[in-house]
Write a protein that binds this ligand. Structure first.
Ligand code: COA
Length: 258
């Protein structure tokens, strides 16, 4: 565990910070001393997260698909908390659907949130940090191992997250000279209210999934929040362009002989 105060000089903006993983990461970064702004479409969960934060916080309602709204959220955050040093691109949309039944609008909704949203927010952070010229900034993108294995039943999300993995590596190289580190986290099956509802709604699906996780448990929000804190901190000062997989070994489990 990182020492208290390790992130005291960070101002973090976390998209999708009102619920689930985003909220867990917001609370963990806040616990370690960061000032935290949460961005999302719905005001109420954002305000609830801010109320639970350890230190200073701010709620900036915005849809990450809208670049003007993203710029406004950065402006408001910076007026309230100071220059943003740290961005966590966590906002996502996902639902199980067969590709042939996915409407163009459904495709656009998910790719718009995951890929376009990550770009809009990253560009906003990058532009500001480069203009300030003071270095030491970090971006953490939340992806999933199906970005490289493929994800039957979630073609929209899998394709978008594959794009985000590439964006992570591209920006890591392009922006290293400006002191911006860019990494990603690929969580495996993390058990949250939303994933239970959307992705493993039945006991049968849950059991099937568990059998294929070598560590034989679902991930927790804390597993991911701790990894995020590490990547944002100076402990990861030489880490950029990487994807940290936190999935109990799930994506490596091919199970041919044992
Ligand atoms: N199955 C099939 N299609 C679906 C769907 C589902 N479960 N949920 C939404 N869609 C389709 C809609 O039908 C619509 O397409 P249509 O106009 O052709 O009918 C399209 O997706 C957009 O839906 P809408 O609800 O208008 O979009 P939105 O921008 O408000 O919502 C979503 C975005 C679809 C991603 C929504 O699920 C969402 O907001 N999710 C946020 C939380 C989340 O998904 N987190 C992931 C945790 S695992």
């Amino acid at each position: 565990m990182l020492p208290d105060g390790s992130l005291a000089d960070r101002v973090a903006l976390i998209t999708g910070g009102g619920t689930g993983l985003g909220r867990a990461m917001a609370l963990e970064l806040g616990r370690l001393g960061a000032k935290v702004a949460v961005v999302g479409r719905r005001r109420e969960p954002l305000a609830e997260t801010v109320a639970q934060l350890h230190g200073e916080g701010f709620a900036a309602p915005a849809d990450v698909r809208d670049p003007d709204a993203v710029a406004a959220a950065f402006d408001e955050t910076e007026a309230a908390l100071g220059p943003v040093t740290t961005l966590v691109n966590n906002a996502a949309g996902n639902f199980l659907v067969r590709a042939q039944e996915l409407s163009p609008n459904g495709w656009r909704a998910v790719v718009g949130i995951v890929l376009d949203g990550t770009f809009h927010c990253s560009r906003e952070l990058g532009r500001r940090v480069i203009e300030r010229g003071d270095g030491n900034a970090q971006i953490v993108n939340i992806v999933a191992s199906y970005a490289w294995t493929g994800g039957p039943g979630t073609v929209h999300s899998a394709a978008a997250k594959a794009g985000v993995v590439n964006l992570t590596r591209t920006l890591a190289v392009e922006w290293a000279q400006h002191g911006i580190r860019v990494n990603a986290i690929a969580p495996g099956p993390v058990d949250t209210e939303e994933t239970r509802e959307r992705l493993w709604p039945t006991e049968e699906i849950r059991e099937r999934l568990l059998r294929r996780i070598p560590l034989h448990r679902f991930g927790t929000e804390e597993d991911v929040a701790h990894a995020c804190a590490y990547l944002v901190s100076d402990y990861a000062g030489y880490v950029t362009g990487d994807v940290l997989t936190i999935d109990g070994g799930a994506w490596l489990e091919q199970g041919m002989f044992v």
